[in-house]
Ligand binder design. Structure first.
Ligand SMILES: [Zn+2]
Ligand SMILES: [Zn+2]
Length: 363
């Protein structure tokens, strides 16, 4: 089958045409891929084979982890009802047996595998996943749209983990990428009074505007544009840092009111310079991380909001490309794109830039 493979630690990937099908173990299913959306982490993996080292990535590896499709084959002991089902897949593959898994906290599994990192992923015609990691897509959600449920779920999980009641509250969100835009829509659905998005990229700000969300660039201080009530409290009730940029996390910490919560969602690299007494202790702030999605509460709540029309995921998709389009997708994501979806059914481009890059890289 055709698949996008990270071969070695250098830059680039290869579109191979004869990737061997993985045989099915007990409890596994084979999924025919309908859509696989491209994530910022795929970009990091494309640039360097070392980017996935701290997540346990081994090479060669088929990339891609945000996926929807149809179950076409069952391994032994997989539930028969899954055959033919439309599913999206949880990226974080839980073992089902460790203490976390047995305690209803499978997203903290101590033997967690990661799709497209520790096992072959979704930028392929088909992939093999555990049946227990499949989420049945509600009939009302298009297959293609369902590929976005995973990244959207990261936003939902962060909202749930914040523990903050958003009704009537003021919310600061940095990063109008797919996660930030969904977090903003969730906040609106939950009755937030004011949602302020901070995003330097004008194309992403335009996308936010089309979703009815107001945003500002990084040159403006969020508190300057906040409503009177937010300013009178000295800052926002809660902030979600979804950009992964260190300065944005610092702005978030500076822009919330006393005893507010700052959720760190975007993968900020490096050490945070933090004045513990001035920033955290005397202002009573909570700084909390959020990683992945809970099984299956996040998915249930997220898809329910999509079905209810309160979160628009379909509009986040701005480009559809064949598997050969991954390099173009990564370029688009640096500039003008919302979410880019790879559809393995689309014919590959005749002059795949992909292969050229790979040739350059190997040369
Ligand atoms: Zn992702
Ligand atoms: Zn486990």
């Amino acid at each position: 089958m055709r698949a996008v493979v990270k071969l070695d630690r250098g830059r680039g990937c290869l579109l191979v045409h004869d990737r061997q099908e993985t045989p099915l173990d007990a409890g596994q299913v084979r999924v025919h891929v309908a859509a696989a959306s491209v994530c910022g982490t795929d970009s990091a993996f494309y640039e360097s084979g070392d980017a996935g080292a701290d997540l346990g990535m081994t090479l060669p590896r088929v990339l891609g982890h945000e996926v929807s499709g149809t179950v076409i084959e069952l391994g032994p002991h997989s539930p028969e009802s899954l055959l033919g089902a439309r599913v999206a897949v949880e990226t974080h593959l839980h073992c089902g047996e460790c203490s976390f898994c047995r305690s209803g906290s499978a997203h903290n599994c101590s033997r967690m595998g990661i799709l497209g990192v520790t096992v072959d992923g979704a930028f392929a015609e088909r992939l093999v996943v555990p049946a227990r990691s499949c989420f049945r897509i509600p009939d009302e959600i298009e297959l293609e749209t369902a590929a976005l449920l995973e990244s959207a779920g990261s936003a939902m999980h962060a909202v749930l983990r914040s523990g903050v009641n958003l009704a009537g509250g003021s919310v600061l969100i940095s990063g109008a990428g797919p996660v930030g835009l969904v977090a903003a829509q969730i906040a609106r659905a939950l009755g937030a009074r004011a949602v302020v998005l901070v995003e330097p990229n004008p194309h992403r700000r335009a996308l936010a505007q089309r979703l009815g969300l107001s945003s500002l660039g990084v040159e403006q201080a969020p508190l300057d544009v906040a409503d009177e009530r937010t300013r009178s409290w000295g800052g926002f009730d809660v902030a979600f840092e979804c950009s992964g940029a260190m300065p944005a996390l610092e702005v978030a910490l500076a822009s919330v009111r006393r005893e507010a919560t700052v959720m760190s969602v975007g993968l900020v690299k490096g050490a945070l310079p933090l004045q513990v007494a001035e920033t955290l202790i005397t202002r009573g702030l909570t700084l909390r991380g959020s990683w992945g999605r809970s099984l299956w509460e996040t998915w249930e709540r997220m898809s329910a909001l999509v079905v209810a029309g309160q979160v628009d995921l379909a509009s986040l998709i701005t480009h559809r490309l064949p598997l050969s389009g991954l390099p173009e997708a990564l370029d688009l994501m640096r500039g003008q794109a919302g979410k880019v979806v790879l559809d393995p059914a689309l014919p590959d481009g005749p002059e795949s830039r992909f292969t050229q890059r790979e040739v350059l890289h190997q040369g």
